[in-house]
Design a binder for this molecule. Structure first.
Ligand SMILES: C[S@@+](CC[C@H](N)C(=O)[O-])C[C@H]1O[C@@H](n2cnc3c(N)ncnc32)[C@H](O)[C@@H]1O
Length: 204
């Protein structure tokens, strides 16, 4: 199975259940939420690439002028739509590697290692609007491997292969992790900060 098939089978919904998450993963999820509260300002136009069921935009909705979430898994977008109930949030089913350049947004984000599950590493960063807009990725660092191994095992995806940059599970899920050097080689000039011991937040 590819990641597309794994997501279509609903992996995200089980992964977002805190009962499946080792403490390090829970801490990372909390740190992402704290970060968003710090960096997303009142009145911003925000796009979330690989938004899943829309939890981050839903959390921020009261301070956004407009929020758009994009995900290629239609059942997640349908769930986000069901939860939204506010007109300034919009959820669209689309492949993020094929969307136009996103210049209409102040802030473009790709969270929770979504970028690390995309096979094409160059396309999405190129499509997020250039400066002065902010582009933010949160990705797993190499220190995340033990807790991700345990999390994926609990989700029925025992890790079969591990390399310096990637875990591959028996269910066919492929999830990458990053060193600072690898991030710079992929993204060029960027700012990298540690997030909750097992991740990085990258702006560029
Ligand atoms: C790790 S999950 C994170 C979901 C969401 N950001 C969250 O934190 O709840 C990755 C998401 O990215 C989506 N995704 C992966 N590759 C994609 C692509 N090329 N285009 C659009 N969505 C993609 C998956 O369907 C999945 O919902």
């Amino acid at each position: 199975m590819s990641n597309d098939d794994v997501y279509a089978a609903g992996l995200l919904n089980r992964a977002l259940d805190p009962a499946t998450q080792p403490p390090e993963i829970q801490a990372f999820f909390r740190a992402e939420l704290d970060l968003l509260h710090e960096v997303i300002m009142e009145g911003m136009r925000v796009i979330d690439v690989g938004c899943g069921t829309g939890r981050h935009l839903l959390l921020l909705r009261d301070r956004l002028r407009i929020g758009v979430g994009v995900d290629y898994e239609h059942s997640y977008i349908a769930e986000a739509d069901r939860r939204v109930g506010r007109r300034h949030l919009h959820f669209i089913t689309a492949d993020a590697t094929a969307i136009p350049v996103l210049a209409a947004f102040d802030f473009a984000m790709c969270l929770t290692n979504t970028w690390g599950t995309m096979s094409d590493k160059t396309s999405v960063p190129r499509r997020l609007a250039p400066k002065p807009h902010t582009r933010l990725l949160s990705v797993y660092s190499e220190a995340s491997v033990p807790s991700r191994r345990e999390w994926y095992r609990r989700l029925g995806h025992t890790v079969l292969e591990e390399s310096h940059a990637c875990l591959v599970t028996e269910g066919g899920f492929r999830s990458e992790h990053f060193s600072e050097a690898r991030l710079r080689s992929l993204l060029g000039d960027c700012t990298i900060r540690p997030l909750a011991d097992i991740a990085y937040v990258v702006t560029f």
